[in-house]
Design a protein around this ligand. Structure first.
Ligand code: TRP
Length: 364
């Protein structure tokens, strides 16, 4: 049997998944589950970069993320879901990779700089904060995956991963630096130069008003503008009925704004409503003051319930059985260790640091 190509991706357990995660990456993971051997990582160590003082919360978030994944339809019989901190090879690779990349290069990573700004970390962030970016290279390369499905904000981390892989392959596997990215493995490299796979929607907006510059904000738990995959029908209704639309529209007969960059109601329809003819027809009516917000919102609620109902159903199976979730993570983590240990052994061999052999075991 020919092994399927691998996928590696993951989430930092910062809370429950929302619709932005769904269209940004989760949808891709579901679609690729059959053709690829999928590894989905819960980056619990990364959660400690900003929440080292809240271990209970991180523990709960790990279970929440795993439950969300099962609820959306990640099939543990096909895909391995695993916990980062239980795969020691990742940490060991992180240390070696940290030698291959200049510190200043890590600090130029725009996702890190943005995070420092957004979370107001100033110069108070821990040493482990920039290190997580190098750790992410190891999360990925430990699996030597072909594809890495992520949201757009992760691209700088993936670029760093590509740089680390090239450097390693050149230094320790004798790959010619002039090789094309696709040829690295053929030329004897251990690590493939991985490719990102972006979601259908790059940046889903939230349900709230725009910022001072008039730009709608990205959906995010911390901005309080998110629709969670775990919201029940009532919560969904409240959020959609109360969402920001066109503030200039006082009466139904006033012309309405349908630009999805300005009115999230239309951004949501364009993202989730598959009935293009319905959208075209009602957009026209909205523009011409022939239909009110309420009707468009009601339709959106129906559309979202069709997406979320099966997720809610599946969630019921797991919500009150955290032990089942742990069992699934244990099995997935064992599979992840098998691959990551193999990669680490090959890496050490390439680095001439293969002194002994060893095995890692996950015990019940
Ligand atoms: N940094 C990612 C996030 O915050 C999570 C993550 C950690 C990840 N390691 C990864 C994503 C490896 C893809 C591949 O969502």
């Amino acid at each position: 049997m020919i092994a399927k190509p691998r996928i590696l991706t993951g989430d930092t357990p910062t809370g429950k998944l929302h619709l932005g995660h769904y269209v940004g990456s989760v949808e891709n993971r579901l679609a690729l589950q059959d053709q690829y051997d999928c590894f989905f990582l819960i980056a619990n160590k990364h959660a400690f970069t900003t929440r080292a003082d809240r271990p209970d919360e991180i523990r709960q978030s790990v279970i929440d993320i795993a439950t969300d994944w099962l609820a959306v339809g990640i099939d543990p019989g096909k895909s391995a879901m695993f916990i980062q901190s239980e795969v020691p090879a990742i940490d060991e690779l992180t240390f070696f990779f940290a030698m291959l990349i200049p510190f200043n290069r890590v600090m130029r990573n725009p996702t890190l700089t943005q995070e420092i700004k957004d979370k107001d970390l100033g110069d108070k962030y821990p040493f482990g904060f920039p290190m997580y970016a190098v750790g992410q290279c190891a999360d990925i390369l430990a699996f030597r995956p072909q594809l890495v499905p992520v949201g757009e904000d992760q691209l700088p981390h993936l670029e760093l991963t590509r740089e680390v892989a090239r450097k390693f392959d050149q230094l320790y596997c004798g790959v010619n630096p002039h090789s094309q990215d696709n040829d690295y493995v053929k030329a004897g490299g251990l690590f493939p130069i991985i490719e990102p796979k972006l979601g259908r929607v790059k940046r889903l907006v939230g349900t709230g008003a725009p910022d001072a510059e008039g730009r709608l904000l990205k959906m995010s738990k911390s901005l309080n503008n998110a629709v969670f995959l775990s919201d029940d029908a009532d919560a969904l209704k409240t959020k959609i009925m109360g969402m920001y639309t066109d503030p200039k529209r006082i009466r139904v007969t006033d012309p309405g704004e349908t630009d999805p960059e300005k009115n999230p109601l239309w951004a949501f329809h364009e993202t989730f409503n598959t009935d293009v003819a319905w959208i075209d027809e009602h957009r026209e009516m909205y523009t011409n003051g022939k239909i009110g917000d309420v009707a468009i919102k009601k339709k959106l609620i129906d559309v979202l319930n069709i997406l979320l109902d099966p997720i809610r159903q599946r969630r019921k199976q797991y919500a009150d059985r955290p032990d089942d979730v742990i069992d699934i993570l244990r099995a997935g983590t064992a599979r992840a260790n098998a691959i990551a240990e193999e990669t680490l052994a090959l890496a050490k061999k390439a680095m001439r640091q293969d002194y002994f052999s060893r095995s890692v075991a996950i015990i019940r």
